[in-house]
Write a protein that binds this ligand. Structure first.
Ligand SMILES: [Ca+2]
Ligand SMILES: [Ca+2]
Length: 89
C-alpha cells in the first residue's frame, strides 16, 4: 500500500478482493457459500438488512438452483454485491 494512503481510509474493493473476503466466510470449507454464510459475511461487512440481502443475492447468483454459491457463481454474486458499495474501512 502506498505510504500516502492513510490506513483507515475506505475505498471500493475490486471484484477479486470482494471474492476473497466472501470466501473467508465459507466456514464449513465446502467451497460454496450457503445463505447463512453469506448472511454472516454481509453482517460483518456492515451491510444493513443482511438476511434479506443474502436471500436476494443467492436468488440472483445461484444459477444451478442448489441454494449455494459455488466458484462459478461467485462472479455474479460479487457483481450483485458491488451495487451495495462493499468497502473496507
Ligand atoms: Ca460453505
Ligand atoms: Ca449454486
Amino acid at each position: 500500500m502506498p505510504w500516502f494512503i492513510p490506513k483507515r481510509v475506505s475505498y471500493p474493493l475490486s471484484d477479486e478482493q470482494v471474492k476473497g473476503m466472501l470466501m473467508r466466510y465459507d466456514k464449513n470449507r465446502d467451497g460454496k457459500l450457503s445463505k447463512q454464510e453469506l448472511r454472516l459475511a454481509f453482517k460483518e461487512m456492515g451491510l444493513y438488512f443482511c438476511r434479506w440481502k443474502a436471500g436476494k443475492a443467492i436468488r440472483f447468483a445461484d444459477k444451478n438452483g442448489d441454494g449455494y454459491i459455488n466458484e462459478d457463481e461467485m462472479s455474479d454474486l460479487v457483481q450483485y454485491c458491488s451495487r451495495w458499495g462493499i468497502r473496507i474501512s
